[in-house]
Structures are given as C-alpha cells and as structure tokens.
Write a protein that binds this ligand. Structure first.
Ligand SMILES: Nc1ncnc2c1ncn2[C@@H]1O[C@H](COP(=O)(O)OP(=O)(O)OP(=O)(O)O)[C@@H](O)[C@H]1O
Ligand SMILES: [Mg+2]
Length: 332
C-alpha cells in the first residue's frame, strides 16, 4: 500500500469514526423565517444580524450602550473566531446608535461616516494618541472598537487604560500636546476578540468591569442559507461549529460566515470543482502558515464530505496534489 493510500485510508477511518456523525450532535435545521430583517449599512452592504435569545444582536447591544452618559452605558465585548461577522455587527451597532442619537450619515473622505472607528491592535500595533480615530471619537462621540485587544501589546493597553478607568471621567491626557480630552456624552467603546486564540493575553482585570457584557458571536447560519449557500453545506458547517463551541476535538477554528460566503461566491464565478480546489489550497496554505491546525483542516474537509462534495475527490492513485482527497489549485 502506498503512503498516499494509507493516508487516505486513515482519513476515511477518522471520518467514519463519526465526530461528524449526525447523531453526535443535535441535527441543525434552518428556518429562513427565523432570520431577522437585514440592515443595509450606509456603505451598501447587507448584514443579517443574528439573535441572542430571540433579540436581534444589534438592538440588544444598542440598548446596553445607548444614552447620553458613557459612565452609565454598558460597554460590550464581542467574542468569536475570525469571520463570524463581529466587524459587520459592530457597524450595525454604530449605525443604530448614530440614528438613535438623531444624527444623519455624513460623507467624509468620500466614504459614509456614522461615528464608527475600528482600531486594529494586534501584537505589532502601537496606538497613536494624536489625531487618531480614538481621540476624535472621544471628542465628538461615536463608537470605537478595539479589535484583537487580547493580543495587543501591553503598552497599547496601558496607554488606553486611563481613559477607560473607573472614576477617571473618560479623560485621556495626550503627552505630545499636553491636552486632556474628555469624552463626548455619546462616546462608546467596544472590544472584539477571539478568546480561543493561541498566545492571547488576558484583558486587564479592570476592563472586565468597564466591559461587563460579553456576547459570544457565532455565524448567522440561517442568513447564509438565505443568501443562497447550499443548505447541506451550511448544516455541515454549523454542526462542526457546535463541536467547536462545545470545546470538543481541540477545535479552535472551523469555517465561518466569511469562508462559506466566499466559497459560494467562488462557486458562482468558476464552478463547484474549481471553487472547492481554491478552498482546499487556502486551507493548505493556512495550515502551513500555522494559522490553523492540521486537525482543523481535516475537520473542514470532513465538512465538505458531509456536505456531499466527496464526489469531487481525486482518486487515491492520482498524482494531483490534494488535501484529504480534495484537489488543490496548483498551477502547472
Ligand atoms: N450576519 C451577517 N450578514 C451578512 N454578512 C455577514 C454576516 N456575518 C458576516 N458577514 C460577512 O462575512 C465576512 C466576515 O465578517 P467580519 O469581517 O465582520 O468578521 P469578523 O468576525 O470581524 O472577523 P475578524 O475576526 O477576522 O475581524 C464579511 O464579508 C461580512 O460582511
Ligand atoms: Mg473584524
């Protein structure tokens, strides 16, 4: 038996062992009627907010954050893996707050403006405190979202800490100009991060009281069906995500809204077979780069099997480079 045949046999065995088995978790069903009304953002993209215990997420968040006193507002943390829609939802929340504040959408630098600033922190980022989105939002009101806050360099947290510390009246001192900026009554701040990220540091303890509400964001699977992604694929992805949420199989990543939406768009342009191979190469590259683990790539391929794409697999004797039987898009 060749190494390849052995490897494929092993994959089949893992698949047959059934952690993708429909009986392993509750069957996932979708009722498109359950999907709440979409929001068309001023940029033109359509977002379908998911619900939390039946309440649209952006309304729940706006209720926590609304009012004319940042000290009484309840700031929010949105937790979830990459591509579930955190940024899209923050935009919906910022837009909702902007309208509640009685403001019109403006145009700034040729783009719609509704008081939304997302600051990418990440391990390498510093935070500029002069003329940054943070300072102007502090001054004029609006929503600042600090993305990937738990991998931000300590210095970024320390610099921002005073403005958010209790009793400090949301005042930020800018050493470079000697200016103290006090928050506008409609200043709001949110945090976005992936709690499962390897190497992430915890938030400073004080921030848990400044940001007491945590929402665990998951992909809006029903919305994916609504935009035309095959139901069988969505069901397989949703089931895999249930395993991730349950903390099984050491999965910290599995395909989310972003990946399914993009697979759908690729399929529309170049057909199913090519789209799946572009998807397989993407998974392969992410695995090589250490951004996802071998087991996660394998689970994503089992998701494809379960969704009925197994018929596109290349034969065990094929020389075509593949990922768990799915041909990769290798140019020759
Ligand atoms: N509920 C939704 N309705 C419509 N589009 C969505 C929804 N959720 C996600 N998307 C789309 O999926 C893609 C990924 O979403 P987004 O960038 O908001 O994810 P994220 O959680 O912020 O990811 P990251 O952690 O990488 O920043 C975007 O193109 C977004 O428009
Ligand atoms: Mg984002």
């Amino acid at each position: 038996m060749s190494a390849l045949t052995a490897a494929l046999g092993q994959i089949d065995k893992i698949g047959a062992e059934g952690d993708m088995d429909a009986n392993a978790t509750d069957p996932v069903t979708f009722d498109s009627g359950d999907v709440c009304d979409p929001i068309t953002l001023p940029e033109g993209n359509i977002v379908y907010p998911p619900t939390v215990h039946g309440e649209p997420l952006h309304e729940l968040a706006a209720n926590l954050m609304a009012g004319e006193n940042p000290g009484r507002s309840r700031f929010l943390r949105m937790i979830g893996p990459p591509g579930v829609g955190k940024s899209a939802l923050w935009r919906c929340i910022a837009y909702t707050l902007w309208i509640r504040r009685g403001r019109q959408v403006e145009t700034r630098d040729g783009s719609p403006f509704y008081g939304f600033t997302e600051v990418q922190l990440g391990p390498e980022a510093g935070v500029k405190l002069v003329d940054s989105g943070i300072v102007s939002t502090l001054r004029d009101g609006g929503l600042v979202v600090l993305d990937e806050i738990n991998v931000a360099r300590e210095v970024a947290l320390i610099t921002l800490n005073p403005a958010l510390a209790a009793g400090n009246n949301f005042t930020l001192y800018l050493p470079s100009t000697g200016e103290s900026v006090t928050a506008h009554p409609w200043f709001r701040c949110g945090l976005s991060y992936n709690a499962g990220l390897v190497g992430a540091t915890d938030l400073p303890e004080a921030w848990y009281s400044r940001f007491p509400a945590a929402i665990e964001v998951t992909s809006n699977w029903g919305a994916l069906v609504k935009i035309g992604v095959p139901e069988r694929l969505v069901a397989a992805a949703a089931r895999l995500d249930q395993l991730r949420l349950a903390g099984e199989d050491s999965l910290s990543w599995c395909p989310q809204f972003r990946e399914l939406e993009s697979l759908h768009h690729l399929t529309e342009r170049v057909g199913e077979r090519m789209a799946i191979s572009l998807f397989a190469s993407d998974l392969h590259e992410r695995t090589l780069g250490g951004r996802i683990q071998e087991a996660e790539a394998a689970a994503a391929c089992r998701m494809l099997d379960e969704a009925g794409y197994g018929r596109l697999k290349v034969g065990a004797s094929s020389r075509i480079p593949h990922l768990h039987g799915y041909a990769r898009a290798v140019a020759r």
